[in-house]
Design a protein around this ligand. Structure first.
Ligand SMILES: [Zn+2]
Ligand SMILES: [Zn+2]
Length: 425
């Protein structure tokens, strides 16, 4: 869509507002690293404070300045968050850092069957790596698996508000000031920068009177970090969620004869999706792993499941379980490539797989479509994939399997349904 750009009426202040936005994302990015978090928080508060100063300095020529600026400063004098932001900035510049406190909820996932959860308070100065080390020592966890840490930073002067939440609120209020200023100058979109890919733009939301920018709200949704127990490294979780409007999608996919969106619940869809998967595999030579959440006969969402290692795979399915719970899905279907392997004797004794199937010596490539429902039904179809010497895939006939290893991935979801049942949900 073409957008008409006008020169920014208040470029100094507006650029700082954009800096503020970027600094907020840096706070989020370094949420699990105390010193970096503090650094970006301090920068955010100072930049935030500088915006109104710059507006005052360059006010001449700004239409209606007295009106919209006075309305803001009157509001700022009695707004809890803006008062806190101003005081904090003064404190940082003239006295000392804020008194940050953090609490942590910790979840350990060993493998599909071994998991535990605990809430602990750790000194704010402790980095995630140190927390991982301390937990490993005190709880005697085995040296594998992943640790999910949910952290919550607060300032002692504002104990009720988590800090990303408080600062995004402060940002929204300042954003509204500049929006009013641009509107008074009759500028809908100024020329300071607009990039569809990046959320830090000169665009100002028409209505941000309550709540945060969408990008901020999304990144606050789960303030968790995932860490490998073995070496303490921060695992990045990448989830691509796709909301599905099935009737619209079905109409758009008429050309596929409705194959991509067959009718029925998760179980009923397995055979048809297997035939789609075989077609995709023979045509493209690869098949991504996708998860579909269903409520009855309707797909409510689908997501691409990507994982570089076993730990990340556990996380991906744990996150899928979160979505099942929040969307009240009663069926889940997974489609994708898989490696089928045999558990070694040593692994059987430890009750785990040390090497994921894809790295095991006796592995076979296959395609798998499997589904489970909340009322306890499941279906699992597999077909082997053979490769010609030049790598072209040939899919064998699909067959049903019983309680296969692939079903392990459903354990977090089944666990979730069980807990929901207990709560009467
Ligand atoms: Zn502007
Ligand atoms: Zn953003």
């Amino acid at each position: 869509m073409a957008k008409s750009l006008a020169p920014c009426p208040m470029p100094h202040a507006h650029k700082r507002l954009m800096d503020c936005h970027a600094q907020w994302h840096s706070m989020r990015e370094f949420y699990f690293s105390p010193d970096d978090f503090r650094l970006h928080l301090n920068a955010f508060l100072q930049t935030h404070r500088s915006v109104s100063g710059l507006l005052l300095k360059h006010q001449s020529g700004l239409p209606g300045f007295n009106e919209w600026f006075t309305a803001y400063s009157d509001f700022a004098k009695q707004d809890e968050i803006l008062k806190w932001a101003k005081k904090s900035r003064n404190r940082i510049v003239h006295e000392a850092d804020l008194e940050l406190e953090s609490s942590c909820r910790v979840r350990w996932i060993g493998d599909w069957r071994q998991r535990t959860e605990a809430v602990g308070t750790f000194p704010p100065r402790m980095s995630a790596r140190e927390i991982v080390k301390a937990i490993k020592g005190s709880r005697g966890l085995p040296p594998f698996g992943t640790l999910t840490i949910e952290r919550r930073w607060v300032d002692r002067a504002l104990p009720e508000r988590e800090l990303l939440d408080a600062t995004s609120d402060a940002f929204s209020k300042l954003h509204n000031l500049l929006r009013d200023g641009h509107q008074a100058a009759d500028v809908a979109l100024c020329d300071l920068g607009f990039d569809e890919e990046d959320c830090v733009t000169s665009g100002l939301e028409e209505n941000l009177d309550r709540g945060a920018l969408e990008c901020m709200e999304n990144s606050m949704r789960d303030l968790v970090g995932h860490f490998s127990i073995a070496d303490g490294t921060h695992l990045k979780e990448s989830v691509e969620r796709i909301r599905v409007d099935e009737s619209a999608a079905r109409a758009a996919n008429e050309g596929y004869g409705g194959l991509l969106f067959p009718e029925g619940d998760a179980i009923a869809r397995v055979p048809l999706l297997m035939s789609v998967a075989r077609r995709v595999m023979e045509k493209d030579g690869v098949h991504g792993t996708f998860a579909f959440c269903l409520r009855g006969d309707e797909v409510t969402s689908m997501r691409l499941m990507q994982f570089e290692n076993q730990g990340a795979k556990h996380l991906a399915f744990e996150s899928l379980a979160d979505e099942v719970e929040s969307s009240r899905a009663d069926g889940v279907l997974i489609i994708g490539e898989m490696w089928m392997a045999v558990q070694t004797e040593a692994e059987k004794r430890m009750g785990t797989f040390i090497l994921p199937a894809r790295e095991g010596p006796d592995r076979r490539e296959g395609l798998s479509v499997y589904a489970v429902t909340r009322d306890g039904r499941y279906a699992n179809q597999v077909c082997f994939v053979e490769r010609t010497p030049d790598g072209k895939p040939r899919c064998g006939e699909p067959f049903e399997v019983g309680d296969a290893d692939g079903m392990n991935t459903f354990l977090p979801i089944k666990e979730r349904w069980k807990r929901m049942e207990e709560r009467g949900q």
